[in-house]
Design a protein around this ligand. Structure first.
Ligand SMILES: [Zn+2]
Length: 97
């Protein structure tokens, strides 16, 4: 008895393009993106979300999210956030990596 092979898995619809699928297409129009970086000593940048200073802390290994913000395909500005604030803000520039 020979059953038909199970159908191939169907790609889920409505899957966000920013999902961790590992395929990045650098040739696409430049988009805002975010990276996580340690906060350097002497940094005096402020968090774009809460407005507080991004304070260096060697003990807590403080991290910040730096977002390169592109407007209409062109680099516009850099915004920095506490990594927690960035999550609270709903990761406005995509998941940091
Ligand atoms: Zn903050």
């Amino acid at each position: 008895m020979n059953l038909a092979p199970p159908s191939a898995p169907v790609a889920p619809l409505g899957h966000p393009a920013s999902a961790a699928c590992g395929t990045v297409a650098p040739k696409l129009a430049l988009e805002s993106r975010a990276v996580v970086r340690p906060i350097e000593a002497g940094s005096n940048a402020s968090c774009a979300f809460c407005g507080e200073r991004l304070k260096f802390s060697s003990r807590a290994k403080a991290r910040k999210v730096i977002a390169n913000v592109y407007v209409a395909g062109r680099w516009d500005r850099v915004e920095q956030f506490h990594d927690r604030c960035y999550q609270e803000a709903g990761a406005p520039y995509g998941a940091p990596h």
